[in-house]
Design a protein around this ligand. Sequence first.
Ligand code: AMP
Length: 402
Amino acid sequence: MEQILVVNCGSSSLKFAIMDGSESPPLMEGIAERLGSEHSIITFKYDGKKHEQPLHENDHRGAVTAIKNWIDQHSDLDIKLVGIGHRVVHGGELFTKSVVINKDVLQGIEECSQFAPLHNPAHVKGIKESQALFGDLPQVAVFDTAFHQTLAADQYLYPIPMRLYREHHFRKYGFHGTSYRFIEQKLASLDETYGQQNTLVAHLGNGASVCAIRAGKSVDTSMGITPLEGLMMGTRSGSLDPSLLAFISDAEHITMKQALDILNKESGLKGISEISNDCRSIETAQAAGDDRAELALNMFASKAAKHLAAVATNLDSVEHIVFTGGIGENSPVIRSKICDRLKMMGIRLDQHANQMCPRGEISRISKQSSSAFAWVIPTNEELLIAQDTLALINRPETEQHR
Ligand code: AMP
């Protein structure tokens, strides 16, 4: 069977998986971590076992080399790699769908680095190292932003001088697009009348956002020019009065960039709970009576509900509401708190179904009387990247442009 290597490069990590484009679990998956440090390691998960080894060449090249060596050492598995699919965070206005990577595409990804200065340069490194080590294997870029390129101007523009958009492309881009597209396709496969329906999706993980989908197209989403806008997240504040940035910088005698770091890395669930950015740990603390944990969870749910209601203003009706991401898929407490705040939309949760829904499976968690179906649908961005890659390399001649 033909397989795809799915690669997700961060600045100090590289996640990977070998997949055949079907729902079956990856043949092998893993992560290289602490790249650039003395203690970089790579972990391979295969056949139910984990194998960890130090990375002697402790950069992206070292990680890709280790993956290639692993494949070479497992010739008995009959792995037939036909392409490599790369997750790319920012595609700006250049990329409205997944594309086969060529010189122009690589340059375009580099150009988009201005809005994703940590991620896009890492993606470029990963792509170049994969090209060097895997020779002629075709490579495809799948963008987090692409699904939201269907937003209308009245949604993607910030109400700031138009000149800033014209000259600098300052606008809302939105993220988690691959996850939203996966969910949208999944819903369509569950319900053949789905085509023209309207859906709200809450992707709630360490990063969190919401999206309104009308007839298969994103019409609004909560993240902006960067993933900082919108919901309260694990460590990100989400939307707030931008004046705060200047106040924090003045009061703490730090630069704007350092103040921005506080909003990106020290805020959200972590900032409020003063326990952790991890929802599970906060739920445990709440159950033990910790007030700040309770406050953090209530704020998280309240912001999520507020943004769901806000993006819903772009829909004529809501037929489905979907929860996904680590928190959305696994936290009945958060789902219940959010739906409680969406009663005015007629959404009614079946509390038993909400509590009991099995991990990793699709579940309907709304009551019969609910105005919209509420669902838990596990997302699988890697699978969509593998599927896009397979689809594009099988008809590359029409898709080589950017
Ligand atoms: P993600 O970024 O999508 O991997 O999601 C990570 C988040 O999901 C973390 O905040 C985890 O604590 C949260 N999470 C995972 N499992 C659970 C669970 N059983 N209950 C609550 N939160 C969970």
